[in-house]
Write a protein that binds this ligand. Structure first.
Ligand code: B12
Ligand SMILES: Nc1nc2c(ncn2[C@@H]2O[C@H](COP(=O)(O)OP(=O)(O)OP(=O)(O)O)[C@@H](O)[C@H]2O)c(=O)[nH]1
Ligand SMILES: [Mg+2]
Length: 403
């Protein structure tokens, strides 16, 4: 990591972390969006999973993110069964300590709530409840000091260790449960270039081509400097994280200005020491021209390789000259190649890399498209560099499965 670790004003040591989602077959996401923004404004770290989410996906995310509470927003009916399913699956996974609450305007009645509470739901917020009341109650009832818990196993144990280091505390020593030798790749690039979408497509290649392997993603997103809250939204792009071979954890920067949470080095260490993960991808927040989140120009290098992702609208050739990471990134992806400016961008970036004379390869990608050959080529190069044991013909198999 680079020597300097600039920080803003200290945030609370352990902000509330809440997972929010909308149940399967329900597209009513405007209420949860309001709740998310309001929670973040009140200093909460919100991990938003999206709408049309299965109970299994919600439970997996709650465990990996080690959240204080799960908040569901349900409008299309079926809430009695759905909330129970989430509660039951959490219990079955040894994470019954994570409470579940929710709302759904007038579609959840008082009588429904009585049944739901008997089945384990913590509480329902009804139509007309002022947002301030909801926020104050949440902050009062669901705050906690993170403590080690020897009963946690598997992903929850890893997740709690990550929570501890995020809170500046010592993580409990974890048993090494796997034999994997992790290859760690830092993924950086300007905000919105498509880092998360590309990581998701790389995840799909990993699942296809590294049978039995596991991949971990550490997704850093910014905390708001005024409220200390954050909307950790990278999980919304993570379609392929809905697989038990994927461990996905969102990290808020909590005042760190390096492009990563100050806990990222310790978090990477925990993931590596678990022996569970063949590949670890670390996504930085959207970075600027002088950023070096992974310490490749000095200090302790945090990762084994770096991938710099940019989109065609970076400005012009002068802007390209200014981007420090283009001097040192091992892999460069020009994403959004479906954009009309991509042709020119490709030529300009290629010229910039040629001038470096370091043999850096440029990978033109369109991460928004499934089966993009540019993403295939990028994954193959990463896999080769990291010594991943890859099967052949994975993409074809993937296409056949989805066709
Ligand atoms: C807006 C809306 C839409 C929008 C959705 C936009 C969007 N992207 O979300 C549109 C127009 C697209 C839509 C479509 C449909 N809708 Co609609 N929709 C509504 C409406 C009018 C408001 C819901 C809302 O957002 N409220 C705003 C929130 C902030 O306030 P609130 O609901 O009072 O919630 C409070 C608390 O519950 C709490 N809360 C809510 N969620 C959460 C979550 C957490 C974590 C917390 C802490 C708190 C909390 O916050 C509020 C605090 O006061 C309701 C009617 C109603 N008045 O509820 C119908 C309603 C939900 N829709 C309905 C239906 C039927 C549909 C459609 C199926 C219609 C159709 N045939 O196409 C589709 C389905 C869409 C889909 N894909 O799922 C029905 C559902 C009936 C049922 N369950 O039996 C309703 C009840 C209308 C009705 N009376 O018929 N809908
Ligand atoms: N047209 C097009 N859109 C894309 C492509 N890749 C990603 N996007 C879209 O670009 C937007 C941003 O994508 P993300 O993957 O969230 O970008 P990001 O770099 O992770 O963003 P931050 O984490 O906020 O910095 C989303 O709406 C994506 O759907 C692409 O190849 N083509
Ligand atoms: Mg992202």
């Amino acid at each position: 990591m680079a020597a300097a670790k600039p920080r803003r004003a200290a945030a609370p040591a352990a902000p509330l972390r809440i997972l929010t989602a909308v149940p399967i077959c329900d597209g009513h996401d405007s209420a949860v969006t309001t709740i998310n923004i309001e929670l973040a404004r009140h200093g909460v770290e919100v991990i938003y999973l999206g709408y049309h989410q299965s109970a299994t996906a919600i439970v997996r995310a709650a465990i990996q993110e080690d959240v204080n509470v799960v908040g569901l927003s349900s409008y299309n009916g079926g809430h009695i069964v759905f909330f129970k399913e989430v509660v039951d699956q959490l219990k079955a996974a040894g994470s019954g300590d994570i409470p579940v609450f929710g709302g759904g305007g007038g579609t959840i009645t008082l009588a429904d709530e009585r049944v739901m509470k008997r089945q384990g739901t913590d509480r329902i917020f009804f139509a007309g409840t002022p947002l301030d009341d909801i926020m104050n109650l949440i902050k009062r009832e669901y705050a906690r000091d993170p403590k080690p818990n020897a009963k946690f196993k598997g992903d929850r144990a890893i997740a709690r260790a990550l929570t501890m280091v995020e809170s500046g505390l010592k993580a409990p020593a974890l048993k090494r449960t796997g034999k994997a030798k992790s290859f760690v790749v830092g993924v950086a690039g300007p905000g919105g270039a498509g880092k998360s979408t590309l990581i998701d497509e790389l995840t799909s290649r990993f699942l296809q081509r590294v049978p039995g392997g596991r991949i971990a993603i550490l997704a850093n997103d910014p905390s708001h400097p005024d409220t200390h809250g954050a909307i950790l939204g990278d999980r919304v792009s993570a379609i392929y994280a809905q697989d038990d071979r994927v461990f996905f954890r969102s990290l808020a920067t909590r005042g760190s200005l390096t492009g990563l949470s100050a806990a990222a080095p310790a978090a990477i260490d925990i993931l590596k020491k678990s022996g569970e993960f063949d590949l670890i991808l670390v996504e930085s927040v959207g970075v600027g021209q002088e950023s070096d989140p992974f310490g490749i120009f000095g200090g302790k290098k945090l990762v084994d390789a770096t991938l710099f992702v940019l989109a065609p609208y970076y400005g012009g050739r002068i802007q390209l000259q200014k981007i420090a990471l283009l001097n040192g990134a091992d892999f460069v992806a020009l994403n959004k190649c479906d954009h009309p400016m991509a042709h020119t961008a490709k030529a300009e970036i290629q010229a910039r890399l040629d001038y470096n004379g370091k043999g850096q390869n440029l990978y033109p990608t369109t991460a928004a498209k499934h089966f993009d050959p540019g993403v295939d080529a990028l994954f193959a190069a990463l896999g080769e560099r990291g010594g991943l044991k890859m099967s052949t013909g994975g993409e074809a198999a993937c296409q056949m499965k989805l066709a």
